[in-house]
Design a protein around this ligand. Structure first.
Ligand SMILES: Cc1ncc(COP(=O)(O)O)c(C=O)c1O
Length: 343
């Protein structure tokens, strides 16, 4: 862990460092299409170890650390019905002896049967999380406040974790991840590299960008927008959070140009499947034996592959796809993938 992070409360949850592996078979598959492919790596943050893994574990180490230091007994967080963040927050709370309350939003107009029963929702149930779905027409912020007030009235103390764990405290986890990746690339003798990942609530990208500011040199960071139609607003929010995170560590402020966010891979909206996502998930599964997810890493990989095929990345840069997890989401979207082999 970087010394600058040691002054923040932290509750150990993640198996670190996660592996950084080369994707030689995916590279060969792309090369067989006649594409000129740089060296391809994958950073396995799907292997952070907590409840199926994923990027939220690194954020939750700091968020749960802070909750414990404030004497909280309950974690309240929020997300979509199939939130990976909520699933990991539930597990993290339990591991720390806290009670998980998940305020979930029925915000994705995907109406597959499993979406409303399986995947992350099933795991939330298995964790015994107190799941509250925001009633249609109710303001999510108002509903969350009511839940927190109710906990206080019953004598409890809630610690609220925002959507995706994306605030300065959560982003510290990805500042640490940036240092981990950059150090690993240095050890491999790789001087120029780019990290590509799916960006949503922005804490992952903000933390990585702040990490680059703190370290002063290292890989370029490139997000792929899998979340918001308002691309410019999303970029501005990521920059704001990256600057606040850098400031918390007395690191130089990231420049506007440090927030690179690719668009064009969201499809019709957050959580709505695209053909390119299905193709990307299947290609990586069938070449590398690695499972992505339908909402984040599948769409991010679709963007990554499109850019490689279009020769958009500088050929001298090694490419690192940051696998941020989300595999349980595959079960919520079974209709998109299932082959129907067994009647
Ligand atoms: C699997 C997965 N990947 C990527 C992200 C995006 O991370 P962030 O919200 O920090 O932008 C999420 C967020 O929920 C996620 O669950």
């Amino acid at each position: 862990m970087h010394a600058a992070l040691s002054r923040f409360p932290r509750f150990a949850l993640a198996h670190l460092p996660t592996p950084l592996s080369e994707m030689k078979r995916l590279r060969a598959a792309l090369a067989s299409e006649g594409v000129d492919v740089p060296r391809l790596f994958i950073k396995r943050d799907d292997c952070t170890g907590l409840a199926g893994g994923g990027n939220k574990t690194r954020k939750l180490e700091f968020l749960i650390g802070e909750a414990l230091s404030q004497g909280a007994d309950t974690i309240v967080t929020t997300g979509a019905l199939q939130s990976n963040h909520a699933r990991q927050a539930a597990a993290a709370a339990i591991a720390a002896g806290l009670r998980p309350v998940l305020v979930l939003l029925d915000m994705v107009p995907y109406r597959g049967h499993a979406y409303r029963r399986s995947g992350n929702l099933l795991l939330d149930d298995i964790f015994g999380a107190d799941v509250r779905v925001v009633p249609q027409g109710t303001s999510p912020a108002g509903f969350i406040k009511t839940v927190i007030d109710e906990i206080a009235e019953a004598g409890g103390k809630a610690f609220f974790v925002p959507t995706g764990g994306s605030n300065v405290i959560g982003s510290l986890g990805y500042l640490g991840a940036y240092i981990e990746i950059a150090d690993a690339l240095d050890a491999l003798g790789i001087a120029k590299a780019r990290i590509v990942h799916g960006s949503s609530s922005g804490g992952t990208q903000a933390g990585l960008v702040a990490g680059a500011a703190l370290r002063g040199k290292g890989p370029v960071v490139q997000g792929v927008n899998v979340y918001r139609g308002d691309h410019a607003a999303m970029k501005a929010d990521i920059l704001k959070l990256a600057r606040a995170t850098a400031e918390a560590l007395n690191a130089p402020a990231p420049a506007e140009s440090d927030v690179i966010l690719e668009e064009g891979f969201l499809g019709e909206g957050y959580g709505l499947p695209t053909k390119a996502m299905v193709e990307a998930v299947e290609l990586v599964a069938r070449t590398e034996g690695i499972l992505l997810d339908p909402v984040y890493t599948g769409k991010a990989m679709a963007g990554f592959l499109a850019s490689i095929r279009a020769g958009m990345y500088p050929p001298e840069e090694a490419l690192v796809f940051l696998h941020t997890g989300g595999m349980p989401g595959l079960f919520a979207y079974e209709e998109e993938f299932s082959s129907g082999v067994v009647a």
